[in-house]
Design a protein around this ligand. Structure first.
Ligand code: HSE
Length: 429
């Protein structure tokens, strides 16, 4: 084994960074044996040195992250700061000074992955980011390496723990969205500003990364159709239950049937209780991957938290260090298929639509006619009347999202339709 250590700079020492530092210290011998050389934490860049946690060597702490990545003797930079800047500038500076990079930064990789990969390649460095998607769950490496000989057609999963926790609480107790969010916040599952999670931004970044890797093409964050869970009501959950379903925030990346394009979307959807994703509880994540030869694979586990995310970071650190010792690099960006990303209107799926209508003769026929005129076939209709008004729940067969949108637009024009209470896609059947 080489005795000269590989030097590692850690950018960020919050919940994830401090776990990375702790495991690097406590598992130093195992890491050295697996890599073939010792790894040494050479510096830790933080914004607030007074907040550095127990067990983190204080003598390594600096507030000058730029000077740390420019040192020239750093082999690997671990970036767990998050956000776009200064993370992007520090990563590109690290490449320019000969370091490889391990990042947990989903927002940055989703926004700027192509440019970062190009910078890594230009400098003969690695860019690894297993921790950016679904915490501890191995997904990036299985897609980039284990399935590199197969053809992936679909990635479908729960990739945001906060929203899964909220929807699970709503499902379990009948609580409304606000009440379930309050519980998630009190228990530390939701951040003080939960926007990134509840509006689907976090899941959309992960979907962009997964779709790009799975289909060997570029999928930008803006290409991902995004809807969060803030409009999901207790009535939606109750309606899902009546259909033998539950509601989950899903990230769905699909190759079109003709293979000529892909789609990527994040939205709440009803899934049957018999589907394995329905039993993913609390803040857990789970992702289905469907490939030509492999068939269906499911990956399940903790998608967030200091120690699970640190596990993914350290796995990447070992891989990148091994590459360094071999004088090689691992897989870079693979975007050779250049498949276009189709708009949401082209997505074909089933819909559950809840309408408030007048309860009088001919209304059902009127509503059914609007569906027929837009080429959307109805699977089931359930009506419940009360005091001259009725609630009408229509579940469709598979239809294009654009056709469904036009149908709903036309339904809103009918005098007898008082309102469209909810529209939710039905997946996983
Ligand atoms: N906030 C994310 C979640 C974890 O709730 O799953 C980090 O991506």
């Amino acid at each position: 084994m080489r005795t000269r250590p590989l030097k590692v700079a850690l950018l960020g020492c919050g919940v994830v960074g401090s776990e990375v530092a702790r495991i690097m210290t406590t598992h130093a011998d195992d890491l050295a044996a697996r890599i073939g050389a010792p790894v040494e934490l050479a510096g830790i860049a933080v914004r607030r040195p007074d907040k550095v946690r127990d067990g983190v060597p204080a003598e390594l702490v600096t507030t000058d992250a730029t000077a740390l990545v420019k040192r020239g003797d750093i082999d690997v930079v671990i970036e767990v700061i998050g956000g776009i800047e200064p993370a992007r500038g520090l990563i590109t500076t690290a490449f320019a000074h000969g370091a490889s990079v391990v990042s947990a930064n989903k927002a940055l990789v989703a926004a700027d992955g192509a440019a970062l990969h190009a910078a890594a390649q230009e400098h003969g460095a690695d860019l690894y980011y297993e921790a950016a998607v679904a915490g501890a769950i191995p997904l990036v490496r299985p897609l980039r390496e284990s399935l590199a000989g197969d053809k992936v057609n679909r990635v479908l999963g729960i990739v945001n723990g906060t929203t899964n926790f909220i929807l699970d609480k709503m499902d379990g107790s009948g609580a409304g969205y606000s009440e379930a969010l309050d519980e998630a916040t009190a228990l530390g599952y939701a951040e003080a500003d939960p926007t990134a999670d509840v509006e689907g931004f976090d899941a959309a970044a992960k979907a962009a990364i997964l779709a790009g890797i799975a289909f060997h093409t570029r999928v930008r964050l803006d290409d991902v159709h995004r809807e969060g869970i803030t409009e999901v009501t207790a009535a939606d959950i109750a309606s899902a239950k009546r259909m033998g379903c539950t509601v989950k925030l899903l990230a769905i990346c699909e190759r079109a049937a003709d293979g000529a394009s892909v789609t990527a979307r994040v939205h709440p959807a009803m899934i049957p209780l018999s589907h394995p994703l329905a039993s993913v509880r609390e803040a857990y994540n789970a992702v289905f991957v469907e490939a030509d030869a492999a068939g269906q694979l499911m990956f399940y586990g903790p998608g967030a938290g200091g120690s699970p995310t640190a596990s993914a970071v350290l796995g990447d650190l070992v891989a990148v260090c091994r590459n360094k010792l071999a004088g090689a690099t691992g897989p870079g960006e693979s975007a050779y298929t250049r498949l276009p990303v189709s708009p949401m209107g082209d997505v074909v799926t089933r819909y559950h639509i809840s309408l408030d209508v007048a309860d009088k003769p001919g209304v059902l026929a009127q509503v059914a006619t609007v569906f027929a005129e837009h080429g959307v076939s109805i699977d089931t209709v359930r009506q419940q009347g009360k005091d001259g008004e009725a609630s009408l729940v229509v579940v469709t067969h598979r239809a294009a999202d654009a056709a469904l949108s036009s149908t709903v637009g036309a339904l809103r024009e009918l005098d007898t339709v008082r309102g469209v209470a909810s529209i939710m896609r039905v997946e996983g059947e």
